[in-house]
Write a protein that binds this ligand. Structure first.
Ligand SMILES: [Zn+2]
Length: 300
């Protein structure tokens, strides 16, 4: 798994004029004390960068002796990236920069927002698959989880893997005469078919309901007497669609369900959040997905 600095500790950056080897850096860095909260040091010489772990000794006041140093990443495997838009205290944000701006580097040092510097060593994200449906565009669950991760400093680095299912792909090849969608908001159209929206309670006709179990219940309430046989349904609940998603062993899928209003459920390797989940609920869902995913590394 990826390594990051402890969030309460500081990473300092020093330009040095010795070679970026363990021996040379040991000679330099053990000769002077460091601030007692320093565990790591980014050493730079010219355009090259190395990451050093500090073995701290006796502490007096604010400062600690450096008993030894460990070269954690040498210049050939370290990239230094400037991204003033990125909060480097958030592992997922740091990891996203590493994967996008320095793919393949074993160590990526990022100089980010507020001038703060952090690093990720052996970047290896916790992959969370997200199943969502469109329209509306962009896929709302994927978009909101992406935004939640931008400030999720309590989680390790997560990479979302979107599985976005267009509602149109669920419709039969031979279109029905008319479709009933839950609401107009999505802007769904079907060429060659009449389209109506359940939330407008249109006059009853022979249609196919494209919706979830909750839409079905609303439909049956308004159009009393229409049995399931009379009104065919295409189930678009992401939770139902999740059963078909291909997720590699050990990875986790997160999706939403129309029937949940304020709770999160874990079902096997799937985390289900409410249809209109709040950011708080999305963070709970992400935390549940991370804990499921990391638990899987222990063979049972
Ligand atoms: Zn559902």
């Amino acid at each position: 798994m990826s390594r990051y600095p402890d969030r309460y500790r500081e990473v300092s950056v020093t330009d040095v004029d010795v070679p970026l080897t363990e021996d040379a850096l040991r000679g330099l860095l053990t000769s002077r004390p460091v601030y007692r909260r320093s565990d790591h040091l980014v050493a730079r010489n010219g355009g090259r960068t190395a990451l050093v772990g500090l073995v701290r000794g006796a502490t007096t006041g604010l400062f600690s002796a450096v008993d030894d140093v460990v070269l954690l990443a040498e210049p050939s495997e370290t990239a230094y990236v400037r991204r003033p838009d990125v909060d480097t205290a958030v592992p997922s944000a740091l990891l996203a920069v590493a994967l996008a701006d320095a793919p393949g580097a074993r160590c990526v040092v990022v100089e980010g927002r507020y001038g703060h510097v952090s690093f990720v060593l052996d970047p290896e994200p916790v992959r969370v698959h997200v199943l969502d449906v469109v329209p509306p565009e962009p896929a709302k669950l994927v978009d909101q989880l992406t935004r939640a991760l931008e400030t999720a400093d309590e989680l390790p680095g997560v990479q979302l893997v979107p599985h976005v299912v267009p509602l149109a792909s669920l419709l039969p090849a031979e279109p029905a005469e008319a479709y009933l969608f839950p609401c107009r908001g999505g802007g769904m159209e079907v060429p060659g078919a009449a389209v109506a929206y359940l939330d407008e309670v249109p006059p009853r006709r022979d249609w196919t309901l494209v919706g979830c179990a909750r839409s079905r219940a609303i439909h049956d309430f308004f159009y009393d007497g229409s049995s399931h046989e009379e009104v065919p349904q295409v189930d678009m609940c992401p939770r139902a669609l999740a059963a078909r998603a291909v997720v590699p062993d050990g990875e986790v899928l997160l999706t939403k369900c129309c029937l949940f209003e304020d709770r999160i459920e874990v079902d096997g390797r799937t985390v289900v959040v409410p249809w209109g989940a709040s950011f708080g609920e999305l963070r709970q869902g992400l935390a549940a997905a991370v804990s499921l995913s990391t638990r899987a590394e222990v063979p049972t």
